[in-house]
Design a protein around this ligand. Structure first.
Ligand code: ADP
Ligand code: MG
Length: 731
C-alpha cells in the first residue's frame, strides 16, 4: 500500500481548527506593538535624536555617527524591554526570500567577567554580513567581493520572536545594488522628484509625492501531511504530476464562500501576528480555486508596503506550519485550475493630501488627474516590454496567458466613461490657440469628471493593467514575486515620462503658448499616441491576441525572452538617467534572473525524474504484475479458449496500456537527462536559460502526460502520491 499517502490521509481526519486565545481584544489595542514606530521613537530617543531621525525619514538626510549611537541606545532599550536578545540587518537579496543573520546584543564585560547588552550606532547603520553565497550576477567576483547592508531609516525596525530586525539595503563594496530595496528606493526618489515638478503646474504647495502600493496576496494551503507525501510540492512548490480532480472549480462554490474552520483559525493567527508587526491587513476571502485564499492590507507607501509584503509572506509560512498546513505562494501549484497572483494597486499622492490618480473637485485638479493618468498610460505604452520583463519568471510563466490570468500582452483598461472623457478631449482640444468659448467649454467638461467616474469604474478582470477609479491595478505580478521588481520598473518609467512631459509643456510655454493650453495640447497628443495600449475587451480572447499583434504590442510569455527588455539601449538609458541602475547592474540582475530560471527548471526536471522513475514506474510495474497474475489465473482455469479471450481481453489491454506509458516515461526521462547534460555544459547564463527552456522544459509536460494517464489506470490503493482531490479538498 502507498504508506505515506494513506498515513497522511489518516492524520488529516484528526485535525482540528486551532483558534488562538489572545483574540478577544480590539486590534487597535495591540496594533504595532512590535514596531519601533514614531511614538516609540519619541519615547525612547532624546529630542535631538528623534528630530534627526525624522529629518532622515522625511528628507533623506544622512544619520551622523554621534546621533546613530544615541538612536541605537534607545532602540536597544526598547527592544530588550520587549524580549529581544538579538538583532539583524534584514534585507531583500535577489532570491525569492528575505535574508537575515542574527547577532546577540551581548559583549563581554571585564568588570563582572560576564556579559552586558550592547548595541552601537555603527552596528545599526552599516554591517558587512559577507553573505557571499547570495546571487550577485558577477558583481562580487573580484577580490573586493564584500557586501554591505545599510539601514533604511524610512522603514521602521520591528521585533520577530526575540530578534530586532532592521530593514536594510544590500550593496557591493563598489556601491552596486545586490538587492531589491536599493533600486526601489531610487525609483521612488525619481518619481517623487519628477511628479513634484509636474505638480507645480497645478499647486505650488506640493513638495513631496509618494508612491503607494496595496498588494493583494493570493495563496494556496495544503495539509502538511499530504504536502510531505509529495516530493514535487516539497521541493518545487508545484505539482509536477497529478490528474485533475473530477470536481475542482467548475461550480465556483469556493470563491467568496464561508472560510473553512481550520483556515479561519490560521488566518486569525497570522493576522494577529501581522497586527503586532504593524501590517494593516484588512481583507480575507476564499479565492476561485479550491483551497486558494487571498489576503489584502490597506495600502501604504510603496517601500513600506513591500517590506510588509515580504514580512507577511514569512509570517504566513511560519504560522501555517503551526496549523498543520503548508502555504504555497507558487503562481501555479496545480495544473488546470486558477493560479495565484499578487495584484499591485498603485497610485501617487502628494504631501498636500491629494491622490493624483483620483479625479478632483474642479477643472484644475481634474486636469492634474488627467495629466497623471495619461502620463502613466504613455509610460506603460513606451515600456511594455520592461513591464513584462519585471514580472515574468519560471513560475509566473505558467499563469500568464493561461486564460485565467492577465495575458502576456500589456494593455490598459480605463472603463467606458473614462474612455469617453479622453475621446471627447481629443476631439475638442484644438491644435491652435483656443477661443475663450472653447476654453470655457473644455474646462466645464473636465470639471464634470468626478461625478461620472466614481459610479462608473467598471471592472475588467482580464486586464493586466486596469484603472480602478483612483489607482492602477497591475495584475500580472506573480504571487511569489517581490513586488519591488514590478514597482522599480513602474515608478522609473513614470518618472521618466513625467520628466518628458514637463520638458514638452515647458517647451510650448517658451514658445508663447499659455500654460493650460500647453498642457491640454500635450495631453491631446498623448491621447492619440496611447490609443494602441487602450483595451477594454476580453483580454483572454483569441481575437485580442490577433488584434494586439496588429497594433504592434509586445506579446511575450517566456521569461528568458522577456528579460532581454532590461538590456536594450532604451532601457539602459532610462534606468541610468533616473539614477536607478547603471548598465552593469542591469546586466548582473538579468544574469541572476537567467540563472534562477535555469535552476528552477533544472530542479523541476530532477524532481520529476525521481518521481517518475522511483515512484511511478515501480507502481505501474506492480500494478501490471497483479494484472498478469490475474490473466495467468484465468488461463489456468479456462485454458486457451474463447472464454479466456473474452474474459481476459480487457486486462490484457490494460497491461499493454500500462506498459506503453511506463515505456514512454522511462524513455522520456532518459532523453530529458541527456538534454540536461548538454545544457549544463553551457557557461553563458543567457544561453543556458534558453537551452533549458527549449530543450528541457518541454519534457516536463511530456512526462507528466503519461504519468497522469497512468493515474487513471492504476489501483487507487497503490498510487503513492496524494491525488488532486485530496490536495484540493482536504482542509
Ligand atoms: P479589489 O476590489 O480589487 O479586490 P480591494 O478593495 O480589496 O480591491 O483593494 C485592493 C487594494 O487596493 C487594497 O490593498 C487597497 O488598500 C488598495 N488601494 C485602494 N486605494 C488605493 C490607492 N489609491 N492606491 C493604492 N492602493 C489602493
Ligand atoms: Mg483588486
Amino acid at each position: 500500500m502507498a504508506t505515506l499517502r494513506f498515513m497522511a490521509l489518516k492524520e488529516l481526519l484528526k485535525r482540528k481548527p486551532m483558534y488562538i486565545e489572545e483574540l478577544g481584544r480590539a486590534t487597535s489595542e495591540y496594533y504595532g506593538k512590535q514596531v519601533f514606530d514614531k511614538p516609540k521613537m519619541k519615547k525612547y530617543l532624546s529630542k535631538d535624536a528623534y528630530e534627526h531621525v525624522m529629518e532622515a525619514i522625511n528628507k533623506g538626510t544622512r544619520i551622523d555617527r554621534k546621533m546613530a549611537d544615541q538612536i541605537a541606545l534607545g532602540m536597544k532599550a526598547w527592544a530588550t524591554e520587549n524580549g529581544a536578545t538579538h538583532y539583524t540587518h534584514w534585507f531583500h537579496p535577489l532570491t525569492d526570500a528575505t535574508a537575515e543573520k542574527h547577532d546577540a546584543f551581548i559583549v563581554t564585560d571585564s568588570v563582572s567577567n560576564g556579559v552586558v547588552e550592547s548595541f552601537s550606532g555603527k552596528l545599526l547603520v552599516q554591517q558587512e554580513p559577507d553573505a557571499s553565497s547570495l546571487p550577485s550576477g558577477g558583481l562580487r567576483n573580484t577580490f573586493e567581493a564584500r557586501g554591505y547592508t545599510a539601514w533604511d531609516v524610512s522603514s521602521p525596525a520591528f521585533i520577530v520572536g526575540t530578534t530586532l530586525c532592521l530593514p536594510t539595503i544590500f550593496i557591493s563594496y563598489t556601491g552596486e545594488a545586490l538587492d531589491y530595496k536599493m533600486p526601489l528606493l531610487k525609483a521612488l526618489g525619481a518619481v517623487d522628484k519628477a511628479a513634484v515638478d509636474v505638480c507645480q503646474y497645478f499647486d505650488k504647495n506640493v513638495s513631496k509625492v509618494s508612491s503607494n502600493l496595496g498588494w493583494e496576496q493570493e495563496y494556496f494551503l495544503v495539509d502538511e501531511g499530504l504536502f510531505m507525501a509529495r516530493p514535487d510540492l516539497m521541493l518545487t512548490e508545484r505539482t509536477l504530476m497529478g490528474h485533475s480532480s473530477s470536481k475542482d472549480q467548475q461550480l465556483e462554490d469556493h470563491y467568496f464562500s464561508s472560510i473553512p474552520e481550520r483556515v479561519i483559525a490560521y488566518m486569525e493567527d497570522f493576522e494577529h501576528e501581522s497586527y503586532l508587526l504593524g501590517i494593516p491587513v484588512k481583507t480575507r476571502h476564499n479565492e476561485v480555486a479550491p483551497n486558494q485564499f487571498e489576503i489584502a492590507p490597506i495600502f501604504e507607501e510603496c517601500n513600506l508596503a513591500n517590506d510588509h509584503n515580504q514580512l507577511i509572506m514569512d509570517v504566513m509560512k511560519r504560522i501555517a506550519r503551526k496549523h498543520g498546513f503548508r502555504i504555497l505562494f507558487h503562481e501555479k501549484p496545480f495544473k488546470g485550475i486558477n493560479g495565484s497572483g499578487k495584484h499591485n494597486n498603485w497610485s501617487l499622492s502628494t504631501d498636500t493630501g491629494v491622490n493624483l490618480l483620483s479625479p478632483g473637485k474642479n477643472p484644475r485638479t481634474n486636469m492634474q488627474f488627467l495629466t497623471f493618468l495619461l502620463n502613466v498610460m504613455k509610460a506603460v505604452y513606451e515600456h511594455q516590454d520592461l513591464l513584462l520583463g519585471s514580472i515574468l519568471t519560471a513560475s509566473n510563466m505558467h499563469r500568464l496567458g493561461a486564460n485565467e490570468a492577465p495575458p502576456s500582452i500589456i494593455s490598459v483598461f480605463l472603463g467606458h466613461e473614462l474612455n469617453r472623457v479622453l475621446d471627447e478631449l481629443e476631439e475638442t482640444v484644438p491644435d491652435k490657440k483656443m477661443t475663450p468659448d472653447e476654453k470655457t467649454s473644455i474646462k466645464l467638461n473636465i470639471g464634470k469628471i468626478p461625478e461620472i467616474l466614481l459610479d462608473n469604474t467598471d471592472r475588467n478582470r482580464t486586464s493586466p493593467f486596469a484603472f480602478t477609479g483612483n489607482r492602477f491595478e497591475y495584475r500580472a505580478v506573480g504571487s511569489s514575486a517581490n513586488c519591488a521588481s514590478a514597482m522599480i520598473v513602474l515608478n522609473t518609467i513614470v518618472a521618466e515620462q513625467l520628466k518628458k512631459f514637463k520638458s514638452e509643456v515647458d517647451g510650448l510655454i517658451e514658445k508663447g503658448v499659455k500654460k493650460d493650453e500647453a498642457i491640454l495640447q500635450t495631453l491631446k497628443r498623448y491621447i492619440k499616441e496611447t490609443k494602441k495600449i487602450r483595451f477594454d475587451g476580453n483580454g483572454y480572447s483569441a481575437e485580442w491576441v490577433e488584434e494586439a499583434a496588429r497594433r504592434g504590442l509586445y506579446n511575450i510569455s517566456n521569461a528568458p525572452e522577456a528579460l532581454h527588455a532590461y538590456l536594450t539601449d532604451k532601457s539602459k538609458a532610462l534606468f541610468a538617467a533616473n539614477g536607478v541602475f547603471e548598465p552593469k547592474e542591469l546586466e548582473a540582475r538579468v544574469e541572476v534572473e537567467m540563472e534562477k530560471y535555469t535552476k528552477k527548471i533544472q530542479i523541476e526536471s530532477r524532481v520529476l525524474g525521481d518521481i517518475a522513475i522511483n515512484h511511478i514506474v515501480p507502481t505501474g510495474v506492480k500494478y501490471m504484475n497483479t494484472l498478469i497474475t490475474n490473466v495467468q489465473g484465468l488461463k489456468d482455469v479456462f485454458g486457451d479458449t474463447a472464454d479466456f479471450n473474452e474474459l481476459a481481453g480487457d486486462r490484457v489491454d490494460l497491461i499493454k496500456k500500462t506498459s506503453y506509458h511506463i515505456k514512454n516515461i522511462k524513455n522520456k526521462v532518459h532523453e530529458m537527462v541527456e538534454a540536461r547534460k548538454v545544457a549544463n555544459k553551457e557557461e553563458d547564463a543567457h544561453k543556458a536559460a534558453e537551452l533549458y527552456d527549449k530543450t528541457v522544459r518541454p519534457y516536463l509536460d511530456d512526462i507528466r502526460y503519461h504519468i497522469d494517464k497512468l493515474e487513471l489506470i492504476v489501483d487507487n490503493e497503490m498510487w503513492p502520491l496524494p491525488k488532486y482531490r485530496e490536495l484540493l479538498f482536504a482542509r
